[in-house]
Design a protein around this ligand. Structure first.
Ligand code: SF4
Length: 315
């Protein structure tokens, strides 16, 4: 039996924010950076295989608006849709530490003008950090919530090489330990499941690594194929096939069963925010349907987050 909020078989991130802020908090995704080390070809890097031209931005039109305009526009939309009161500004698109420190500072200041904004969440890569960036996060942590989401994607170097990620498992672990040792930010990671040759054993090892990290949250993505990506070329040559929902659900379930229940989970899979860009798999289009399917899959198997973590951590 699950002991989580809303009867869910996993520990939802909404609970984390409720504990921190006393009520539900909604993220306003914004786009302020227009590139990343991969796209710039630094150190021979290439664009990640899965990444579309918008660098994972929730809304492509955001790039045409100033930060304060994005916040006003998207806050109004979320407030209206969810009757929301409290918000976090989520610096989502591309690599948000791949910019000048002063620009980061200015953006943080713009984001925190509105008293309904309770903090910042910064998305970045594990190899794009500096002592000055960590100091800046600590400085802003003194006056507001600061969350950091690191795109780890996988803890296996063969999978990282396949996706042309340009960093290693060792770099991810070093960065995560550095952040948790030197800052007080709320730390989370993004993981992608569905790489060639990925097995349940990979899921178990990934969960065990996560359990040993000083992170509070995880965001899960299934690998999906978007237009104009390296993955699309492989897909068209029959060199990559994305997982169907059952196969993905099996992997996700094993991962969550081995994950410490203290770690909050953002979502169970990826959703294509621009449907016209999605090549495959089709189930990624159906946000609510696939989310419910994954929950039903776990419930049907009497599965829940931490089921096997509890066995491992017992006497
Ligand atoms: S996933 Fe991130 S690091 Fe990779 S190419 Fe896209 S924006 Fe750059």
């Amino acid at each position: 039996m699950s002991q989580f909020a809303q009867g869910l078989p996993f520990n939802p991130i909404s609970q984390h924010y409720k504990q921190l802020f006393g009520e539900k908090v909604y993220k306003i995704p914004v786009a302020v950076v227009e590139t990343c080390p991969n796209r710039e070809g630094l150190k021979g890097m290439e664009t990640c295989l899965f990444c579309d031209v918008w660098g994972s931005a929730a809304r492509s039109e955001a790039f045409d608006l100033e930060l304060n305009q994005q916040i006003i526009k998207y806050k109004a939309h979320i407030k209206n849709k969810y009757k929301a009161n409290l918000f976090l500004v989520y610096f989502q698109a591309y690599t948000n530490t791949f910019t000048k420190l002063q620009t980061l500072r200015n953006n943080f200041d713009v984001a925190l003008v509105d008293p309904d904004i309770k903090g910042l969440v910064v998305g970045t890569r594990p190899d794009c950090l500096s002592a000055a960036v960590l100091d800046l996060w600590n400085e802003y942590h003194q006056k507001s919530f600061v969350g950091v989401e690191i795109g780890v994607q996988s803890f296996f170097n063969d999978h990282l090489e396949f996706m042309k990620r340009g960093h290693t498992r060792e770099q991810s672990l070093k960065a995560l330990n550095q952040i948790s040792n030197k800052t007080a930010v709320d730390l989370g990671i993004h993981l992608m499941f569905g790489w060639p040759g990925e097995t349940k054993q990979h899921m178990i090892e990934t969960a065990q690594i996560c359990n040993d990290l000083n992170i509070t949250n995880i965001k899960l993505h299934n690998v999906h194929v978007l237009k104009n990506t390296g993955l699309e070329k492989l897909y068209n040559q029959n060199l990559f096939t994305p997982l169907e929902i059952d196969a993905y659900a099996d992997l996700m379930q094993v991962f969550l069963e081995h994950l410490n229940p203290r770690i909050f989970v953002h979502r169970l899979s990826a959703y294509a925010s621009r449907w016209e860009e999605l090549i495959a798999p089709d189930w990624t289009k159906n946000k609510m349907g696939s989310h419910q399917y994954l929950i039903d899959h776990m419930n049907k198997n009497s599965s829940f987050q931490g089921l096997n973590w509890a066995c491992q951590s017992g006497p």
